[in-house]
Design a protein around this ligand. Structure first.
Ligand code: URQ
Ligand code: ZN
Ligand code: ZN
Length: 480
């Protein structure tokens, strides 16, 4: 089956140029001006539209068991909602319970994800340490295409890593050539502040941001960065939400450390006033970590994205419906942490980023797709519009409008943090490996059509780091 996308402007992270894109089966086979449609090909008119790589959301949590419940969005509904918003690949997280073998958890998540309608891959969290974790990290990198390991510095008593685990895991990742990622919040401080704030009588969702101030994130970001610096490993910070963490990232980058950082679309456009809503449900649905921040942080995050200190954008899609959030009706500490948005990320970033002039269309492609593909090593198969790449594409209508609402969204959650936001810039068509899965505002997806994407380690770069560190070895002092 062939599809010719005709008459659009092809936008990649490098350039924007008028041209057509020809797809055969699941692959891009030609890109250029004036392409002929092969006999029997479907022709998609892209006049007035941009043809871009499908979005890659490097941070989602489909059907995550968390805080006594399970995220309401599963891999089938979640990858479908992603496609409706122009995202064609997610990187989700395997999160083993403490003492659970990494490989066992990985197999469990792989099984859950077989129903995905679009492509997916996994980071694997290191939540504890023993010899089996050391061994499983190697098996995952060598045999299962996992090149990134996640570390939660918060969620004490559940999935939090202490410094000992961080040091062990970062060291092992360096040996394997894998990338370490961190959720940076000081979990001990959060724990203490949660008790203090609750005991002071702040029992509602407004207690949540009070227990997780920016300093708590800045401290953890700086600590993780310094540990990574000493051990000589690159680091990727997920959901950078505040000036304190951004400054730590920027300092490390200026000192020559290889540091990548992600920002969430919602942290760029929503501030902490949501926690002061009179409506408990609204406030509770914004309980996520790190929390929404005061306005000045948003302005700084935009500058970080424009200036290249922040590389990727994600949704951290982790949906809990109102009855699930109600577990914390009388105690904010029990509200499951998480918000949705895998469907909305691309439009929110286009509207608030490209239409305001903060990002060019090529920069939009870089921060929504290409940078994630490069950092997590699936480029140019993903994140590009080149011959031989997977035909994961979005035909983007820059003038199309949508009013975001839980009443009309495709996400399996009864709330939308962007409710009522009118966005200009929507996907007219989404192609997932050569199949049109979204057109005319409708999904046409197949359960199980998504494939697991292997992500091998960036070995050559890490070898170079190891060599450089060997050369820089200090010499012992020779004394009589
Ligand atoms: O911390 C995370 O990324 C998870 C587990 C989802 N929830 C959240 O509040 N961000
Ligand atoms: Zn997190
Ligand atoms: Zn997350």
């Amino acid at each position: 089956m062939s599809i010719l996308i005709q008459g659009g402007t092809v936008v990649t992270a490098e350039h924007a140029v008028r041209g057509d894109v020809l797809v055969r089966d699941d692959t891009i086979v030609a890109v250029g001006p004036g392409l002929e449609a092969p006999a029997g090909a479907r022709v998609i008119d892209a006049d007035g539209c941009y043809v871009m790589p499908g979005g890659i959301d490097p941070h989602t949590h489909m059907q995550l068991p968390f805080m006594g419940t399970v995220a309401s969005e599963d891999f089938e509904s979640g990858t479908a909602a992603a496609a409706a918003g122009g995202t064609t690949m997610i990187i989700d997280f395997v999160i083993p319970s403490p003492q659970q073998r990494l490989l066992e958890a990985y197999q469990q998540w792989r099984e859950w994800a077989t129903k995905s309608v679009a492509d997916y891959s996994f980071h694997v969290a290191v939540t504890w340490w023993d010899d089996s974790v050391h061994a499983d990290m190697e098996t995952l990198t060598r045999e299962h295409g996992v090149n990134s390991f996640k570390h939660f510095m918060a969620y004490k008593g559940a999935i939090m890593c202490d410094d000992e685990v961080l040091v062990n895991s970062f060291t092992r990742a360096r040996e394997l050539g894998a990338l370490c990622t961190v959720h940076a919040e000081n979990g001990e401080l959060v724990w203490r502040l949660q008790q203090d704030i609750f005991n002071q009588g702040f029992t509602g969702p407004e207690g949540h941001p009070l227990s997780r101030p920016p300093e708590v994130e800045g401290e953890a970001a700086n600590r993780a960065l310094r540990i990574a610096e000493v051990l000589g490993v690159p680091l990727y910070l997920v959901h950078t939400s505040c000036i304190d963490a951004l400054e730590a990232v920027t300092r490390a980058q200026l000192e020559g450390q290889r540091v990548y950082a992600e920002v969430l679309a919602q942290h760029l456009v929503i501030d902490d006033s949501v926690y002061r809503s009179k409506d408990w449900r609204t406030a509770a649905h914004h309980v996520m970590s790190p929390p929404f921040r005061a306005r000045e942080h948003q302005a700084a995050l935009w500058r970080g994205l424009q200036g290249g200190m922040l590389h990727t954008t994600a949704s951290d899609h982790c949906c809990f419906c109102t009855p699930q959030k109600a577990a914390g009706k009388d105690d904010f500490r029990l509200i499951p942490n998480g918000t949705g948005g895998v469907e909305d990320r691309m439009s929110v970033l286009w509207h608030h980023g490209v239409r305001t002039g903060k990002l060019t269309p090529s920069e939009f492609v870089r921060v929504t797709s290409t940078a994630a593909a490069q950092i997590f090593n699936v480029y140019p198969r993903k994140g590009s519009v080149t011959v031989g790449a997977d035909a994961d594409l979005v035909v983007w209508d820059p003038e199309g409008t949508r009013t975001i609402s839980a009443k009309t969204h495709n996400q399996k959650i009864d709330f939308n943090i962007y409710e009522g936001m009118e966005v200009v810039g929507i996907p007219a068509y989404t192609l997932s490996r050569g199949k049109v899965v979204w057109a005319d505002g409708k999904l046409d997806v197949e359960r199980g059509a998504g494939r697991y994407i292997d992500r091998p380690c960036h070995a050559p770069y890490y070898d170079a780091v190891k060599r450089a560190r060997a050369l820089a070895k200090p010499t012992a002092v020779d004394r009589d």
